[in-house]
Design a protein around this ligand. Structure first.
Ligand SMILES: [Zn+2]
Ligand SMILES: [Zn+2]
Length: 258
């Protein structure tokens, strides 16, 4: 495979995800560009982007020497690619046939930085939401709320302890995009437990599916028929051998746009 930017031979380099997974990208050691098969660009962690940059022979100031950028797989002309997750100032090129993406070293760094910022913002918005709904509680209920505060505080403490216990039991959760409507969720637990997942586009529309119906430490589930380009909220419940149920905090993933 040849570099779409400078025609140098691309070399296969192994990239490690934060969850212990790995895949190969095709990297140009001369201009620093990288070719990603579909979805791979979403999975590469930022520290691996830095590692790729170090492999490059001439990391700086290398001008693009080719006038037309062709897909290294299909040799089709690559097109500028923009979506909600790729702002106009970030120049990614995409093959309309195989959907692979070519990113220069600069674009890749900008894209990953932007992606991390967006994910942090999405998480922040969802933390704020339950607090906002409290503002709209009609005044009549305030007296009632006053009486139930004591119970609520106790429940909240219980819920918090429950979440801490869940966080202790569960390892890092990986979400792998298989298509624009399918993801696989994989995680391990410190003890053998049963597990289930509740997920949906909002906290009020969560549906629950069993992940592991028998006690195990290795859990994985494929979620299908998702809406493309949509933020999903999920939480995972674990049931231990004493039938105690622990539920994680809400987390989120965004399905791919196609
Ligand atoms: Zn190159
Ligand atoms: Zn292609």
């Amino acid at each position: 495979m040849f570099c779409p930017s400078c025609a140098y031979t691309l070399q296969k380099l192994e990239v490690h995800t934060d969850s212990g997974g790995k895949f190969e990208v095709d990297h140009c050691g001369r201009c620093g560009g990288t070719w990603f098969d579909p979805y791979e660009i979403n999975r590469i962690p930022y520290h691996e982007v830095i590692k790729l940059a170090k492999v490059t022979v001439l990391p700086h100031k290398q001008p693009l020497s080719l006038r037309y950028h062709l897909c290294p797989r299909c040799h089709k002309l690559l097109e500028n690619f923009h979506s909600e997750s790729v702002p106009a100032n970030i120049q990614l090129l995409r093959c309309s046939k195989c959907h692979g993406i070519w990113a220069s070293q600069k674009a890749l760094e900008e894209f990953k930085t932007n992606q991390e910022t967006t994910i942090t913002e999405i998480k922040a918005e969802h933390r704020v939401f339950p607090a906002l709904s409290v503002v709209f509680v009609p005044a009549l209920f305030i007296a009632l709320l006053f009486f139930t505060t004591f119970i609520t505080v106790n429940n909240l403490n219980g819920a918090r302890e429950n979440r801490i216990q869940a966080a202790y039991l569960i390892g890092p959760v990986s979400v792998f995009t298989l298509s624009d409507t399918t993801v696989t969720i994989v995680f391990q637990t410190k003890a053998k437990v049963l597990s289930s997942i509740s997920y949906g586009p909002t906290i009020f529309e969560l549906s629950t599916q069993t992940i592991s119906g028998d006690p195990t430490q290795n859990h994985n589930i494929r979620l299908t028929n998702l809406k493309p380009n949509t933020l999903y909220i999920y939480r995972i419940s674990l049931t231990d051998n004493e039938a105690r149920k622990f539920t994680t905090e809400e987390q989120s993933f965004v399905t791919e746009k196609f």
